[in-house]
Design a protein around this ligand. Structure first.
Ligand code: HEM
Length: 516
């Protein structure tokens, strides 16, 4: 069986099971990527590696990705069986990204897309977006004056802003900064140390003894997260219950009057509200608290680091290429006029609104180019197939993981001219189908049935933030020299800037800018 299976699998290097596992374990993701690039040059666009006991298939070709994910989507949309550590943090595959392709996944995903990410619901969070943007711009104004010699390290501000936004959508109320920081800390702790727990998947039974301290650490982190999130979940459920009771008691007028006063917009639906009554079709039961925690954690993680990483890469390129920044600024000013002069801590600073973004095609091109050149995830999450299937004449067995090389596709010189250059103009006048349903040219959000359900929200956040950041400040490098912006990469939860962007922010309008 082994030889016939091996014959039919996509090609790859010969490996000795235990030793190769140990070798892979020592490799960082970026080293893995370099290995894969070399293997692709040697073996072609579909490669098999043996990692753990499963074959890991890697697809580097747009055409083959389209065949698998779109044309054969019903077969290629499954997820691999969870490894022991992910079983713990994903509540045994009870969240969207880890659930097997089936009724549980369908109901969880449909709940997110129709209850939270539907355009009309997304619109209901527009007040929260402006609130967060206002905080961000004010902080940058303050920091740009206090750090005038070193420049502002912006990534932490971006991360915090995105996190606040997702927290509001998840928990409803605008929590105190202290609470938000607390959630962020326990969550980030887990995100950043997760790769350390990989070793626990290696020898699940023996490892329980050998690595007992690390297992303890994993359980402790999960416990810390639950300790912070469960009280928030319970108090939100209680609040919604009380509101419902108020309505049932026929106090409509009073409630409406209260809502008018409610500057927090706390009547908007939160992600938690939609999870409480959701029924799992297979198990015929509601979600338990652990599963709700896992879904909230997924929501916060999926939307925070991905978007703030992309934002940082885009801003870094706008600092690196002042001509592109200036062109974008002129487009923005052409639509909304110059930004008002600011005072420190000014509460009434103007902000570009979502409606204004519709007439900014260059802004959209800048964001797309950012996602093509610097996709936050260089691979989509691992897929698997629902049954043994053939792809390009090779066998893809049910126990294999199937991985798609997102970054490689966006950098393919056969599809993109000068792929490593940052040239937003390549998107002018060209309709790019980010869903990949017709053809795949780039797939920063994946493609097919498992495509990122948050793609439209992410694009909205990126456009809104980039437009406001460029409208309010002129962005300059913090250090001098021929090439002051270093675009080296580092793998964290996403692929981030190895040397985070440090920039001088000069509040606009600057008298030197000539408007068109
Ligand atoms: C720039 C920002 C973002 C990028 C680049 C991104 C990218 C991705 C990618 C590559 C996948 C995996 C697709 C696959 O496995 O085939 C994914 C899945 C997912 N994303 Fe995003 N994402 C972003 C923002 C968001 C946001 C804002 C949300 C929600 C609020 C979100 C929620 C999810 C979820 C729930 C999944 C799992 C989907 C499934 O397995 O069915 N993402 N995303």
């Amino acid at each position: 069986l082994f030889t016939s299976e091996k014959k039919n699998l996509p090609p790859g290097p010969r490996t000795v099971p235990v030793i190769s596992n140990l070798l892979w374990l020592r490799k960082s993701s970026s080293e893995m990527e370099t290995v894969l690039k070399n293997l692709r040059d040697k073996y072609g666009p579909i490669i098999t590696l043996r990692i753990w006991s499963r074959p890991a298939i890697f697809v580097a070709s747009h055409k083959v990705a389209h065949q698998a994910l779109v044309q054969n989507g019903a077969v290629f949309s499954d997820r691999p069986k969870a490894l022991p550590t992910s079983k713990i943090i994903n509540s045994d595959q009870h969240n969207i990204n880890s659930a097997a392709y089936g009724p549980t996944w369908r109901i969880l995903r449909r709940n997110l897309t129709s209850e939270i990410l539907h355009p009309s619901r997304v619109k209901s969070y527009s007040g929260a977006r402006l609130w967060v943007l206002g905080i961000l711009i004010n902080r940058l104004v303050v920091e740009s004056t206090s750090t005038s010699s070193t420049g502002v390290r912006v990534v932490d501000h971006f991360q915090y802003a995105m996190f606040c936004l997702l927290v509001v959508m998840c928990f409803g109320d605008r929590l105190q900064e202290k609470q938000i920081k607390e959630i962020e800390t326990v969550n980030r702790q887990m995100l950043l140390s997760f790769s350390r727990f990989n070793v626990l998947n290696f020898w699940p039974s023996l490892g329980k003894i050998v690595f007992r301290n690390r297992w303890k650490e994993l359980f402790q982190m999960q416990q810390n997260l639950e300790n912070v999130l469960i009280p928030l979940i319970r108090s939100r459920i209680e609040l919604v219950k009380q509101r419902q009771q108020q309505l049932d008691n026929d106090h409509h007028e009073q409630v409406e009057a209260d809502e008018d006063k409610d500057v927090d917009n706390s009547d908007t639906v939160a992600y938690i509200d939609t999870l409480v009554d959701l029924e799992l079709p297979d198990e015929k039961r509601k979600l338990n608290e652990g599963e709700i925690v896992s879904l909230c954690r997924e929501f916060l993680n999926a939307g925070t680091d991905t978007t703030s990483t992309a934002l940082q890469w885009i801003m870094a390129n706008l600092v690196k290429y002042p001509a592109i920044q200036s062109k974008l600024y002129h487009e923005i000013v052409g639509v909304v006029g110059p930004s008002p002069s600011k005072q420190l801590g000014d509460d009434s600073l103007g902000l570009i609104k979502e409606e204004d973004l519709q007439t900014m095609p260059y802004l959209k091109a800048v964001v797309l180019e950012g996602l093509r050149r610097h996709p936050p995830g260089h691979f989509v999450l691992p897929h698997s197939v629902t049954k043994d299937v053939e792809l390009e004449g090779y066998l893809v067995p049910k126990d294999a993981t199937v991985n798609f090389m997102v970054a490689e596709m966006g950098w393919d010189p056969k599809v993109w001219d000068d792929p490593m250059d940052f040239k937003p103009d390549r998107f002018r006048g060209e309709e790019v189908d980010l869903t990949g349903s017709r053809e795949i040219k780039m797939m920063p959000f994946g493609a097919g049935r498992r495509i990122c359900p948050g793609a439209s929200l992410a694009l909205l956040h990126l456009e809104l933030f980039v437009a406001n950041l460029i409208w309010h400040f002129e962005w300059m490098p913090a250090t001098e020299g021929d090439d002051p912006i270093d675009l080296s990469e580092k793998q964290e939860f996403t692929v981030v800037m190895k040397n985070p962007l440090q920039a001088h922010l000069i509040p606009r309008p600057t008298p030197s800018i000539a408007l068109p």
